[in-house]
Design a protein around this ligand. Structure first.
Ligand SMILES: [Zn+2]
Length: 400
């Protein structure tokens, strides 16, 4: 696998990524302790994968404490469908954005896959967090066993799937905030036109995420389609969480003007705080419309209020301990949170991960932080295992 054309990215906890330096998409490989976990995270237009596209640009850089891989390519350099992928890596999760430019009068005969991959080794089961509509109807997350030689199919594409290998390694493929885009896909081609499938082979599992199952007469409208998603990974026995000194609870001011005065450090001079975002006062228009009344993390109002609180904590010291509660996803259809005029189905896992990455960057690596989850299925999602982890991507030239 290691050739001069591969870019290697080291991650905390013995994880390693490889990206083709002259190919679209990726990563080509995710490995843990020297053994491959995942190969060829890729998109596919009919028979052609993005690694075979004509490449326009490939760039790797660091920004905001994250490692960024960006690429653009085209099926045919002049006339074919085009794809742009931006991948933002944190410690154990990446946020992926795809822009698919579909050409006029182009059929999807076999279909279109985004963020498919090969899972290497023996994978025993898959956790499924159902699609938005099923979740709203009360369906809960469920484990499905994988059977040798069989294919597990779930349609429509669920909010998240987590594969578990026989050694306990887990990989998550989850939907970005833009549920309504995934629901719409590349057009209305009827029920069952999108799905995920896990096919169990001898040495690996083929994971396919089909945003459009094709056919001779399946011709998406010519335009650009955007889809956001996350991929995350977790070792079987994650490092034990750091011991926290007793924490002083922080309180929001009722008038929405940030935190009340922060308590002084204890007699040992150590800062240790706990903050619950469920108690953050934000306008009703910034809350989820699912009846919970909790702030929606896709709302700019929520993000601004939460970032203000983190800046106040950062001003208190360069080191300390911080426990953040309330960083738990929920569903919402208030379109204003996504710059939509009308209702738009979304969930806010992505907003939580974006905020967590920003908070780590703002507070610096001197703070020991945790964001515990209250219950399943959120305890089971690798992306939420340690979203505030030190990434190793901080640079002295980073902007805030
Ligand atoms: Zn919302």
């Amino acid at each position: 696998m290691e050739t001069p054309t591969m870019m290697t990215i080291q991650l905390p906890g013995g994880w390693l990524l490889r990206h083709g330096q002259k190919t679209c998409g990726g990563p080509a490989e995710l490995a843990w302790n020297g053994k491959t976990v995942l190969r060829d995270f890729q998109c596919r237009f009919d028979a052609l994968t993005d690694a075979a596209f004509a490449v326009r640009t490939v760039r790797f850089f660091r920004k905001g404490g994250q490692g960024v891989a960006s690429s653009e390519g085209q099926v045919n350099p002049l006339t074919g469908n085009a794809l742009r992928q931006i991948t933002r890596y944190g410690a154990n999760a990446a946020r992926v954005t795809w822009d698919v430019a579909w050409r006029k009068d182009t059929a999807a005969k076999i279909g279109v896959e985004i963020g498919s991959a090969t899972l290497v080794g023996v994978w025993r089961r898959v956790l499924v967090i159902p699609d938005f509509a099923a979740w709203a109807n009360g369906q809960t997350a469920q484990w499905h066993d994988l059977q040798p030689g069989k294919t597990l199919v779930i349609s429509p594409i669920p909010l998240a799937v987590v594969g578990e290998r026989d050694d306990g390694v887990q990989v998550e493929f989850s939907m970005g905030f833009d549920v309504w885009r995934w629901q719409r896909g590349l057009g209305d081609f009827g029920p069952g036109s999108s799905q995920v499938a896990f096919t169990v082979n001898d040495q690996d599992v083929t994971f396919q995420r089909q945003i459009l199952r094709g056919g001779e007469d399946v011709v998406p409208a010519a335009r650009e389609y955007r889809f956001c998603s996350q991929i995350a990974w977790r070792a079987p026995a994650p490092a034990a969480p750091a011991a926290f000194p007793p924490a002083a609870p922080l309180a929001f001011q009722a008038d929405g003007n940030g935190l009340a005065a922060l308590p002084a450090a204890g007699s040992d001079g150590v800062l240790s705080f706990a903050l619950d975002f469920a108690a953050m006062p934000v306008a009703p228009s910034a809350r989820r419309d699912d009846g919970s009344g909790l702030p929606c993390w896709e709302s700019n109002v929520t993000q601004r209020a939460a970032r203000r609180a983190i800046r106040q904590i950062a001003a208190a010291g360069a080191t300390g301990f911080l426990r953040l509660d309330g960083l738990t996803p929920g569903r919402c259809q208030d379109g204003s949170h996504c710059d939509r005029k009308h209702g738009a189905a979304h969930w806010d896992l992505q907003g939580i991960l974006t905020f967590a990455a920003w908070a780590r960057q703002c507070l610096g690596d001197g703070w020991t932080m945790t964001a515990p989850q209250p219950h399943d299925p959120w305890l089971l999602l690798p992306s939420l295992a340690d979203p505030l982890a030190v990434t190793g991507f901080r640079t002295s030239t980073d902007e805030e």
